[in-house]
Ligand binder design. Structure first.
Ligand code: SF4
Length: 362
């Protein structure tokens, strides 16, 4: 057995995590859901979402039958909504292509929407006991430090070297739960010991052969991403209020915030009142500018300029993709994080005085 595998398996017995909710259920669906939620999200944040999701949609069949809106509403606040859309889509594919049975090999699992090589491997390990290597962000960091692999892990060359090491380090004999323990131990070491900042090397079972530790170069691994300034974009959200209700529109399924509910959005140089009158058929009072809000995506930064507009004409928008809704009730719908923040900042009971003052503006 490799040095890494034998040390980690022993370490996990005393120091690994054994009581996470998804560790109590090795049904492939439960494993899949937890692995998707854990992408880019911390364990403590995931736990309540995982529990609620499993209570609402306990099986692949129940997820398949649910409208996407309901799935997105349950996901609301967890971010990276493409994960929820792909989950819903993958459930349909499992029913269509595999008669509702979760595929059992890494190669087949990887064909499903939203599942990359490492996530497919983790599902194959935990649900089917397969001998597969994982390489998520935490594991990349461990291998980069342990083997002294420089270079940014997002670059193909570096990533290929890390995959080689991940494969070489697997335990040879993976029977009797060995592969599950080893894989969980890698995840736990990355989350609790070999952390991004101030790793606890004094408690690490790999310390005696770790290149980064031995050479005191821990801060050099993994290599940083080559710096590139993110472009800044600007947009305007129209907060149209009519009898205490706010207009929300469902966005197209593709693109940012796909299929989520948002206020109408216009370009920064478009006249808000004019747009309301000619595009929405709604007459409004003079727009009031609320404080802008910044949101960062992976590839760009977005500055949102909210404009509060009180409707003066009676609006009868009846399109199915538009709703007038109490802002507090809107928090229960599938809405993106910045819209949630906007609603909380401006429409929760504590802030209604400000809105009332705005109503008398002009
Ligand atoms: S010794 Fe330190 S840097 Fe090396 S694997 Fe352990 S925690 Fe990470």
């Amino acid at each position: 057995m490799s040095f890494i595998a034998s040390r980690l398996i022993h370490w996990h017995h005393d120091y690994g995590r054994h009581h996470l909710p998804w560790q109590q259920n090795r049904d492939p669906y439960a494993v899949w859901l937890s692995e998707i939620m854990l992408q880019q999200t911390q364990v403590n944040t995931v736990i309540p979402y995982y529990t609620r999701f499993m209570q609402t949609f306990p099986t692949i069949a129940s997820l398949t039958q649910a409208p996407l809106d309901e799935v997105l509403a349950l996901w609301s606040g967890l971010g990276y909504y493409s994960r929820a859309r792909n989950l819903h889509l993958a459930a349909q594919k499992i029913v269509q292509n595999y008669h509702g049975q979760f595929p059992a090999t890494r190669a087949d699992i990887q064909q499903l929407p939203g599942i990359g090589r490492s996530t497919a491997a983790a599902i194959a390990v935990f649900a089917f006991g397969r001998r597969e290597a994982i390489l998520d962000g935490n594991v990349k960091r461990i291998f980069a430090r342990f083997f002294g692999i420089s270079g940014y892990p997002g670059e193909i060359k570096t990533q290929n070297r890390l995959w080689e090491k991940a494969e070489e380090s697997l335990p040879i004999d993976c029977c009797n739960g060995v592969i599950e323990i080893y894989t969980q131990a890698l995840m736990d070491l990355g989350a609790t010991v070999c952390t991004r900042h101030t790793p606890r090397c004094e408690s690490c079972p790999l310390q005696s052969q770790c290149v980064a530790f031995q050479e005191q170069r821990i801060d050099q691994f993994p290599g940083s991403k080559p710096r590139k300034a993110l472009p800044q974009k600007e947009t305007v959200f129209l907060l149209l209020l009519q009898q205490q209700k706010l207009l929300l529109q469902k966005r197209a399924a593709s693109g940012i915030w796909g299929a989520l509910w948002c206020p109408p959005e216009i370009a920064i140089d478009v006249d808000a009142a004019d747009y309301c009158q000619h595009q929405l058929g709604i007459q409004v009072e003079k727009p009031f500018e609320l404080p802008s809000l910044d949101h960062q995506f992976t590839h760009f930064k977005l500055r949102i300029h909210p404009r509060l507009l009180h409707v003066v004409s009676d609006s009868h928008i009846t399109e199915t993709e538009s709703i007038w809704i109490n802002p507090v009730d809107a928090l229960e719908h599938g809405i993106p994080a910045p819209v949630r923040k906007l609603l909380k900042q401006n429409f929760l009971p504590d802030n209604l005085t400000m809105i009332a003052q705005v109503k008398n503006y002009g």
